[in-house]
Structures are given as structure tokens and as C-alpha cells.
Design a protein around this ligand. Structure first.
Ligand SMILES: [Zn+2]
Length: 198
């Protein structure tokens, strides 16, 4: 009995490409990254996962998503380190890519040009809805972009922005459900109006 259908083989064997998975907080970006990497792993591909060293929310050595579906990863200080650690790797996963330097764009292209499948997950916008770090450029050079969505906590429609509940103005503020809430455009605009009144 075949474990993989024809479609799955197509997916897991495709190489030398860049896939971007982006969206708001709680949209399932990391879960989708882990799903693709696990399938590549089942297909006997050599998989390596990197994340920026500053994302220390849960664990130093694992990419952990909000549903605690963890996978082992290597924290790196800069995008240049990804190239150093990627020799003989078939599939490179990059989580929280919005926190990397702009050099990541060139590095992903170099890897893909050399036959590596690169799968990138990251926030598309910061809490002010400004495109985040290297993500917009990565979307431009990608072979495939998947935009994933959380559910708006106010009305149940598809969310598209990460609304910050706390007062901090810092762009990088790591947090979970006590710091951010996913909102649709309408509820996001309503929250901004209410905050201005306060
Ligand atoms: Zn809404």
C-alpha cells in the first residue's frame, strides 16, 4: 500500500523553490510550517529549521507553535548563519522570519538557486499594520505565497491584523494572547477609534 498519493510525492519532492507562509498572530503560520516540514521529513528529505535567536518565548531549541506542536530548531543570530548551517540540507525551514535582517532575502534566493526548498513563516505586518522586516521582499521573490488567517476575536470573521492590547510602542514585543488579539479590518478600525477616545 502506498503511503503517499501522487500529489504528496509531487509536493515533497519539489526542490529549489521558496514558499512563504504569512499572516497575523494566531493564524497558524508555524503549524503550517511544521506540517510541511514533517511531510518532507517522512519523505526522507534532510530538514533543518532556523529561527532568530531573539525569539525565546518558550524554548531555545524548538520551534514551538501556539498549539505546542514542537519541532527541533537551531537559533541563529543573523541570516548569514543560515547559509553556514545549510550544507547538504534538502529543505530549510525558517520561523519568525520577520525578525531577521534584510540579508535573508538574498540568502533564501541563493539556497533555492542551489536546489534547496526554502519554507519561510512570518508575520506579514507589525501591530501598526506596517509590512514587517524582510517579509514583503520575501513574498516578492517567492515561488508561492500562502496567506493564512486567524479568526477575529470580536466578530468571528477572518482576521487580518494583530492588534496589540498592551500600551507598549516597541515594535518587537514577544507575547501571546495577553499581548495581541487577531482582528478583522472593521474591528481593527473600531479599536483604533476607541483607543483615541481614551
Ligand atoms: Zn471583526
Amino acid at each position: 500500500m502506498a503511503i503517499f498519493s501522487e500529489d504528496n510525492i509531487q509536493e515533497t519532492r519539489r526542490r529549489g523553490r521558496i514558499e512563504v507562509i504569512c499572516g497575523s498572530m494566531f493564524s497558524g503560520k508555524t503549524e503550517e510550517l511544521i506540517r510541511r516540514l514533517k511531510r518532507a521529513n517522512f519523505a526522507k528529505q534532510k530538514v533543518e529549521i532556523f529561527k532568530p535567536a531573539l525569539d525565546t518565548r518558550y524554548s531555545d531549541e524548538e520551534v514551538v507553535s501556539h498549539d505546542h506542536n514542537a519541532i527541533q530548531s537551531t537559533p541563529v543570530d543573523s541570516s548569514a548563519s543560515i547559509l553556514l548551517f545549510s550544507s547538504n540540507i534538502d529543505v530549510v525551514g525558517i520561523d519568525e522570519a520577520q525578525f531577521f535582517d534584510d540579508g535573508l532575502v538574498d540568502i533564501c534566493n541563493q539556497l533555492a538557486d542551489n536546489g534547496v526548498r526554502v519554507i519561510i513563516a512570518g508575520l506579514d505586518m507589525d501591530f501598526k499594520r506596517i509590512p514587517f522586516g524582510p517579509i514583503p521582499a520575501l513574498c516578492a521573490i517567492a515561488d508561492e505565497v500562502t496567506k493564512v488567517h486567524a479568526i477575529c476575536v470580536k466578530c468571528g470573521n477572518l482576521a487580518y491584523a494583530s492588534h496589540r492590547i498592551t500600551k507598549s510602542e516597541k515594535r518587537v514585543l514577544l507575547g501571546e494572547k495577553d499581548t495581541y488579539e487577531p482582528l478583522c479590518r472593521r474591528c481593527f478600525m473600531k479599536s483604533l477609534e476607541e483607543e483615541e477616545k481614551i
